[in-house]
Design a protein around this ligand. Structure first.
Ligand code: PLP
Length: 387
């Protein structure tokens, strides 16, 4: 059969696979356990922590979309990260970016303090600092591109080449773009992780994670760890995530079309000091975005001119963007990273990463972009009036 495009793979996942009743959409298997055929004759599934048909189907489809060979579904994005770092021992070094998601940073930092591995935090765009980190012969190099919340990009291909020179595993957190807009394995990564809570499910009603590996045995090993630690995801979450996945491609197209218009609008607004969006020519890695991404995505952040008082006015005035954590849902969200998503980072680490108190992050949803811009415009007028 001809190779299918991602849109088709996502829409068709599990469709028309029910052999019992011919259900078009696959049934949900909520059973916690499965009978043995007889003495010492287990079936494909025995216990739902270890395996479940809905989870397997979703994991396989995500692996296909990412261009990997094996997928593991986990209960959260952080559970996916917890599973992957089981590959590290106390003598191993993990290199992470200085501006990754605050929850990931908090986990790496606290586990390293307990001696589970050695942690090196670097600005991965500072070639000198990166070379020094690689010279330590890390076991694993962690990338998050675009980064949360500053939308900084790193070159997956060139960092992978560097990491391979010391046999380090390259892991990419691909949550911000989804496999529709970036496929890190094709650029040299060994492992991709996702918070499926975000775009992959896309409807803000599931918390879930996924790991996709290039190498099948590595995937089997991580699957073993996810079961061993009890980090695997539930059947209903997989079912809902699969339902969301079917529309991922059309959602991403609309999300990013609106985000690009909003970025342009904010970029010329007098109440805004700076906009961070890889689709703007002013973004320092605009060319890299063109090279390694299939689009600019729908996350953006900006520095508001003025003080934290102005931030509060904007957050009070805005109506169509919910003040909430998370991202990637059909509804638009606004967040203040310093007190919300990145509050788990110490102030010094936040400052080091460039996450200031005037930084605001938007997750652009699927409402009419004209309504969203009008809402931003009205709220920013109130900000201007207060300066
Ligand atoms: N990675 C990124 C980039 C995130 O933004 C998040 C959550 O915000 C996570 C990982 C963690 O995922 P979860 O909240 O599903 O555990």
């Amino acid at each position: 059969m001809r190779k299918l495009s991602p849109e088709t793979i996502a829409v068709r996942t599990g469709i028309d696979t029910d052999t019992q009743y011919g259900a078009v959409v696959p049934p949900i298997y909520l059973s916690s356990n499965y009978t043995f055929k007889g003495f010492n004759q287990p079936r494909e599934y025995d216990y739902a922590r270890r395996g479940n048909p809905n989870r397997s189907q979703l994991a396989q489809t995500l692996a296909e979309l990412e261009g990997g060979t094996y997928g593991v579904m986990t209960s959260t994005g952080l559970a996916a990260i917890t599973t992957v770092i089981q590959l590290l021992s106390p003598q191993d070094t993990l290199v992470i970016p200085h501006d990754c998601y605050g929850g990931s940073y908090r986990m790496f930092d606290h586990l390293a303090r307990r001696g589970l591995f050695k942690l090196v935090v670097v600005d991965q765009n500072d070639q000198g600092a990166l070379n020094k980190a690689i010279a330590l012969k890390p076991k694993m190099v962690w990338l998050e591109t675009p980064s949360n919340p500053l939308l900084r990009l790193v070159d997956i291909e060139s960092i992978s080449v560097l990491a391979k020179s010391v046999n380090a595993l390259v892991v990419v957190d691909n949550t911000f773009l989804s496999p529709i807009l970036q496929q890190p394995i094709s650029l040299g990564a060994d492992i991709v992780i996702h918070s499926c809570t975000k775009y992959i499910n896309g409807h803000s009603d599931v918390v879930a994670g996924a790991i996709i590996t290039k190498d099948q045995q590595l995937g089997i090993d991580l699957d073993w760890w996810a079961n061993c630690l009890g980090l695997t995801g539930g059947a209903f979450d997989s079912y809902l995530t699969m339902r969301g996945l079917r529309t991922l491609s059309v959602r991403m197209k609309q999300h990013q079309e609106s985000a690009a218009k909003i970025a342009e609008f904010l970029n010329q607004h007098p109440a805004i000091a700076h906009v961070y969006y890889p689709g703007l020519e002013s973004h320092p890695q605009y060319q890299l975005a063109k090279k390694q991404q299939l689009g600019s995505g729908a996350m953006l952040s900006f520095e508001l001119a003025g003080t934290v008082e102005q931030v509060e006015i904007l957050l009070d005035e805005i109506a169509l963007f919910c003040l909430a954590e998370s991202l990637g849902g059909v509804e638009s969200l606004i967040a203040h990273p310093a007190t919300m998503t990145h509050a788990g980072m110490e102030e010094s680490a936040r400052k080091e990463a460039g996450i200031g108190d005037n930084l605001i992050r938007l997750s652009v949803g699927l409402e009419s972009v004209d309504d969203l811009i009008a809402d931003l415009s009205d709220s920013l007028d109130s900000v201007l009036a207060s300066i």
